[in-house]
Write a protein that binds this ligand. Structure first.
Ligand code: TMP
Ligand code: ZN
Length: 410
């Protein structure tokens, strides 16, 4: 078995943890498999815990990194146009907040296919760090220098020796992937210049809980952040959260700015969001007591809707094969009998089977000639974009089933 169970909180190191959601055993959601290899698939527990000391919501069953992020990693940030637009705007925001000179260095941890760094190549020096070689190669083809491997304190020292310290370090949708946060923050402290800023974007717990986005729970996502435990984490390293922003990506995310303590004022956004979290109750266990029941109710409703259509002889397919879609498909127990196929724009995924549910992934081109009766929108975070893009398909009679935050047919 290549997973282990951790007994202490990743941020505060205390052991007072309560399980708030159990989704059963799931295969890693980005391991799209080839037909014939279904038997080789491993499943691991997918349980979410709340830390009663620092309020961090997290997974404690850790699948080995090499099983999750490898030479065949299926996630390419640039596959979704709205996400590329998001990173373009993110780059503009960073440039407005921080004046970058041409010899300043920007380092992106988990740089994927260079989706953020590509917007800085004319502004300053950029360096990506990406453990999945197939994804890193795409960034290199765009001319973005990219280091292989996982970011560590040792790697930070090597970078400083070769390139100097960084003015900005970013880590988007990867800070939640890290088991050993201490190692990362130590590395960030080494790499970051004294006037530099570390910026992370992660899915936001407040959005997750308020909009029932429980499908975003999967083995790669070890932490479901709110501002409170992040303040606690940086404090332990004599750093501080200096500003926070809510952004719309992935169903609602937080962008967190952290820096070395230099006695500079903290933006009011930090206290404001902390107070909002407190009011919403996400710093206490009681807010999560119905989480399991609510997730199961949504699942039961979705299963009855899809199987109801199938009983009527209707053809049901799915749209988008994001990682979270696999949590949802597997939690519902859907198979190819329920969902005929999933369409996705990512070339890597096309021709493979979804992990666990083993539904074929096909090119969206099929929807030019075929009109399914119902299409389950797994990429619900792009709801408006996709409903708009597929106006013609909907005119032909296809109805979309939106699963999150509640089951809805449009
Ligand atoms: P993401 O939510 O993690 O960005 O993943 C979205 C997935 O959905 C990704 O595999 C690409 C796919 N997708 C489509 O197939 N069609 C679309 O129009 C969009 C926006 C995404
Ligand atoms: Zn804790």
């Amino acid at each position: 078995m290549s997973y282990f169970h951790r007994n202490e909180c990743r941020v505060c190191k205390k052991g007072d943890l309560t399980r708030i959601l159990s989704l059963g055993e799931h295969p890693p959601v980005d391991n799209f498999i080839e037909a014939g290899k279904e038997q080789e698939e491993m499943r691991y527990p997918l349980d979410v815990y709340f830390c009663n000391t620092c309020s961090l919501v997290q997974l404690l069953d850790i699948v080995e990194e090499n099983e999750l992020f490898h030479g065949e990693y299926a996630y390419f940030s640039s596959s979704s146009k709205p996400l590329v637009d998001h990173f373009s705007k993110y780059a503009d925001d960073l440039k407005k907040r921080h004046t970058l000179k041409s010899d300043d260095l920007l380092v992106d941890i988990g740089s994927n296919d260079g989706v953020l760094l590509q917007f800085f190549t004319d502004t300053c020096r950029v360096l990506g760090i990406e453990p999945s070689a197939n994804v890193a190669d795409i960034a290199r083809e765009k001319g973005i220098e990219t280091l292989d491997g996982f970011f560590t304190e040792k790697m930070a020292k090597d970078i400083v020796e070769k390139h100097g310290q960084a003015k900005i370090i970013t880590a988007n949708n990867v800070f939640a992937h890290i088991d050993d946060l201490d190692e990362i923050v130590r590395g960030v402290k080494v790499l970051l210049s004294d006037d530099g800023v570390f910026v992370t974007e992660s899915h936001y717990l407040l959005d997750l809980i308020e909009h029932m986005e429980f499908d975003t729970v999967y083995h790669e996502h070890l932490c479901y952040y709110s501002v409170k435990p992040l303040c606690y984490l940086f404090e332990r390293f004599d750093m501080e959260v200096s500003a926070v922003e809510r952004v719309a990506t992935h169903g609602g995310s937080i962008r967190v700015f952290a820096r070395k303590k230099m006695g500079k004022p903290i933006e009011s956004s930090v206290a404001e969001l902390l107070s909002l979290e407190e009011q919403a109750g996400i710093h206490s266990l009681s807010r999560f007591v119905d989480f399991q029941k609510d997730a199961e109710a949504l699942r039961d409703k979705l299963v009855s809707v899809v199987r109801g259509f199938r009983k009527e002889g209707k053809k049901v397919t799915a749209y988008g094969a994001p990682a979270k879609g696999n949590t949802l498909l597997n939690f519902c127990g859907f198979t190819g009998d329920d969902i005929a196929y999933v369409t996705d724009t990512t070339p890597y995924k096309i021709g493979r089977l979804t992990p666990g549910s083993h539904i074929p992934v096909v090119s969206p081109d099929i929807l030019k000639t075929e009109t399914p009766d119902h299409i389950l929108l797994l990429a619900w975070n792009y709801r408006d974009f996709i409903l708009d893009k597929e106006t013609e398909l909907r005119k032909r009679g296809a109805q979309f089933i939106i699963p999150i935050p509640k089951v809805e047919i449009v």
